[in-house]
Design a protein around this ligand. Structure first.
Ligand code: SF4
Ligand code: SF4
Length: 380
């Protein structure tokens, strides 16, 4: 396993971190506690020392499961990263009870890495108005949390504003070879790097979409690269995606939501290779070709500009469209359905077809019809 030094953290951190939003599940959909504890301990035994969770992952079970997994001497061997679900904070007083619950669920008295979860425009004012920075700083001074950061899904302009507002120690952004220009994107990575802020990458495989059920036209690109000798040995699509992220200047570490021992073994072997962060220009060009091929399958060209907001029914229009596009482009991979149903607060079924959004959409998308289509595909 390769290790990296964070500016913020004294100890070396494994380049690959374990995200626990996709723990093994039972048939009833709940996290399989026994399997999950085994998986977390297996990861730590093989050198992963960064475990990332969140208040809402698996309905709170992921924090509880981590708490149990880190008994028996494992606590000292891994950093815990947990996050404040800022969208649940409606007033200043809401913060501390949530944080206390996290300590209780994790059964620890110290959280090494504490992030404000998912900064988007809707919560940015609240973060400043509710004194979130001051509150976290106080917890840090009291020795209850270690390093303060944020995870992010807004756009580049908001990202730069957030970065410039507080002396962050690190941040967490979504990045993969397909999403290099959405959200903070490569530009955001560079912006943080220039300011000496460590950047953790999430969704390097786009929730498994870049590694599972690969469309034949994309697989043909990977096969051609191998036949042309661009890579020395056989590479899985996941390996291409991980190598692309690991090679970006400014990437401090990479989180992956691994849910099986097989995935862990494959990824740990890859992240132990000396050249994991050394992608050539020719290899980048191959990844660009694959990205173009995926993009040609995108049905609705929503740019996530947000001009259609606000929807009176609080339908998360661009997110719904993004999931629907993924649903078709990635051959109806189950993780798209799972994320839509678990992570989206404003699904398409809330749409009352008032049409208010359509007149504001610069892409002239038939949003009302798209919402009907999404509801038919995803069931809500
Ligand atoms: S048409 Fe649907 S999605 Fe658009 S604003 Fe009206 S309720 Fe919201
Ligand atoms: S206005 Fe149109 S392009 Fe912009 S986010 Fe809304 S649906 Fe997408």
């Amino acid at each position: 396993m390769k290790y990296v030094q964070f500016n913020a953290v004294e100890k070396e951190i494994s380049l690959l971190g374990l995200g626990v939003m996709r723990l093994p599940r039972l048939e009833n959909g709940k996290a399989d506690e026994k399997e999950s504890i085994n998986l977390i301990r297996y990861a730590i035994d093989r050198g992963i020392n960064y475990i990332d969770t969140g208040y809402t992952y698996h309905g709170g079970d992921s924090e509880r499961i981590i708490g149990k997994a880190l008994k028996d001497g494992y606590r000292e061997r891994a950093l815990i990263a947990d996050k404040l679900p800022i969208w649940l904070v409606e007033k200043k007083e809401d913060m501390q009870p949530i944080i206390e619950e996290q300590f209780k669920r994790l059964d620890v008295d110290f959280i090494d890495m504490y992030l404000i979860h998912n900064i988007v425009p809707e919560v940015w004012d609240n973060i400043r108005n509710f004194g979130v920075f001051e509150h976290l700083q106080k917890l840090k001074e009291e020795g209850r949390i270690g390093h303060i950061g944020f995870s992010f899904h807004g756009d580049y302009d908001l990202f730069t504003e957030v970065i410039d507002t507080y002396p962050w120690e690190y941040c967490q952004i979504q990045l993969n070879y397909l999403d290099k220009e959405i959200q903070a994107g490569l530009k955001g990575l560079e912006y943080a790097r220039e300011r000496g802020i460590d950047v953790i990458i999430m969704e390097p495989l786009k929730g498994g979409r870049l590694s599972d059920k690969i469309p034949p036209s994309v697989q043909a690109i990977w096969d051609r690269a191998k036949a042309a000798g661009i890579c020395a040995s056989e590479r899985t699509p996941a390996e291409w995606a991980f190598r692309w992220v690991a090679s970006q200047p400014g990437v401090s570490m990479i989180l992956s939501g691994m849910s099986s021992v097989r995935q862990l073994d494959e990824n740990i072997a890859l992240f132990s290779q000396d050249d994991i962060s050394l992608m050539s220009e020719t290899e980048y060009a191959i990844c660009d070709e694959a990205a173009d091929e995926y993009n040609s399958k995108i049905k609705y060209q929503c740019t996530s500009c947000g001009y259609c907001k606000p929807c009176p029914q609080e339908v998360e229009i661009s997110d719904v469209i993004s999931y629907l596009n993924d649903w078709y482009a990635f051959d109806r991979i189950p993780s798209t359905m799972l994320e839509y149903n678990e992570w989206l607060d404003g699904p398409a079924s809330g749409c009352i077809h008032c049409g208010a959004c359509e007149e504001k959409c610069p892409q002239r998308l038939p949003i009302s019809d798209i919402m009907t289509e999404a509801e038919e595909q995803f069931g809500k």
